[in-house]
Design a protein around this ligand. Structure first.
Ligand code: ASP
Length: 436
């Protein structure tokens, strides 16, 4: 069995955290390939090394004196080296980084040093081989990830190694220029490595014990989701439930490798399994609840709309022409509503309204603003009747007015629109109705 283990920034923020990480890795010989992030925050007021690097490089880019900013970054690593009594020295590395910053090697190069240096430290601490991602994770000239070349290069180098540390977040173009993924991209590296070594499991270690059924800022002490499918996860992430980078799903999903979200500070917790498919019944009818505020609904009314061919297309044309994507489009017989992000819509509002008038000649347009959308997601909905009724009853009892309902034909989720001021009450009411 092969496991790839990725550790997030808070799991590697200090010597104490490194210690926990080593215990975790060495307690299971299957944990052969390690993907580290850069050191993250040690407490809530701290700054991530990645952010320190961006800041330091912005000074260098303006030809300012960045020595103090670089010294602070160096101190973060030195604290870890000293705390673990490592014999490794980063003197040469920091000298190279200083020269490259002065020569304006690029923002991506700068940010990538967080993972690079942390990789050197953890490889030294574990006695594992260090593999520089710049040599094996490849980007195409247009900046997109080159999955094919990467798979070939990475599987070739890793196949002969029992253990290795492969830093997260970055790779390089064919000419060697470093390029990073978007923020939080070490999750993606973990997934790519898992695919390259045909891992049986991709463990993603973080500071929470998995995905929660609802946002802990809204619901008090919500339950952990034991198993979630990739499709459910996509629905929930889209609605704002974050823990894992969205792009991290694709490489492992297509290779049939499950992901296990685990907590470095509570390794005994099972965490959440993310799988392609499962016969395991979810603990409750719903798997999770997520939502966002800040939507506007444009309700377009026209008598006999139902028989006017092309009405929907023309209405959406007005949004498309102004570069606005829509989120949902529930419709009635003579009405059609288009849900958009409030802040995007506000700027283009009058242009869009004018165009709807011109293209559709509606009887009436009404705008409802300050709306929140809540997604209630669960593969269990298909086989359980009365889910919608249960949600509506819960919202009714909580005094929440439902402004919109949209059920995807996959029966995987029900989207409910409520006023933003009712958002928290609604999420709590739905949670209580399903989760005991
Ligand atoms: N260190 C990078 C960031 O802060 C990447 C990562 O942690 O995944 O975004």
């Amino acid at each position: 069995m092969i496991k790839v283990v990725k550790f997030g920034g808070s799991s590697l923020a200090s010597a104490e955290q490194f210690h926990k990480v080593k215990d975790i890795i060495l307690s299971d010989p299957d944990r052969r390939f390690v993907v580290p992030s850069a050191p993250g925050k040690r407490d809530s007021s701290d700054t991530k090394v990645t952010d320190m690097l961006y800041h330091c490089y912005s000074i260098a880019e303006e030809n300012g004196d960045f020595s103090e900013a670089l010294a602070q970054i160096r101190a973060r690593y030195q604290e870890i080296i000293d705390g673990l009594s490592l014999t490794v020295s980063l003197d040469g590395e920091f000298e190279t980084i200083r020269e490259n910053f002065a020569a304006h090697a690029g923002r991506d190069y700068a940010a990538s040093r967080g993972e690079y240096l942390n990789g050197i430290l953890i490889a030294n601490y574990l006695g594992f081989e260090f593999i520089d991602s710049a040599r094996y994770i490849r980007f195409l000239e247009d900046g997109t990830f080159d999955a094919k070349t990467t798979q070939d290069l990475l599987s070739e180098v890793l196949k002969n190694l029992d253990n290795a540390v492969i830093p997260g977040f970055y790779g390089a173009y064919a000419d060697g220029r470093v390029k990073t993924f978007s923020r939080g991209g070490s999750d993606i590296t973990g997934s790519i490595v898992a695919r390259a070594v045909h891992a049986n499991l991709y463990e993603n270690w973080t500071d929470v014990s998995g995905f929660l059924v609802a946002d802990p800022h809204i619901v008090d002490n919500p339950r952990v989701i034991e198993t979630i499918t990739y499709r459910e996860l996509r629905e929930l992430s889209y609605m704002g439930a974050g823990v894992l980078h969205e792009d991290a799903i694709f490489p492992v999903r297509t290779a049939g490798i499950p992901i296990n979200i685990k907590n470095t500070n509570r390794p005994e917790d099972e965490g959440t399994f993310i799988v392609e498919n499962t016969s395991r019944k979810p603990a409750f009818t719903i798997t999770g609840i997520a939502g966002k505020k800040g939507f506007t609904a444009i309700n377009i009314e026209k008598d006999m709309m139902n028989s006017e061919i092309g009405f929907g297309r023309k209405a959406l044309q007005a949004f498309e022409d102004n570069g606005i994507s829509f989120e949902h489009m529930p419709s009635g017989i003579d009405t059609l509503s288009v849900f958009v992000h409030q802040h995007e819509f506000e700027e283009k509002e009058q242009a869009i309204l004018a165009e709807i008038h011109k293209l559709c000649n509606p009887d009436y347009i009404d705008i409802a603003t300050d709306l929140a959308l809540i997604a209630v997601v669960g593969r269990g909905m298909k086989s359980n009747h009365g889910t919608a009724a249960k949600i509506f009853r819960a919202l009714d009892n909580a005094g929440v007015n439902i402004r919109m309902i949209d059920q995807g034909s996959s029966e995987l989720n029900i989207i409910i629109g409520v006023a933003s001021k009712d958002f928290e009450t609604a999420v709590n009411a739905i949670y209580k109705a399903f989760v005991q």
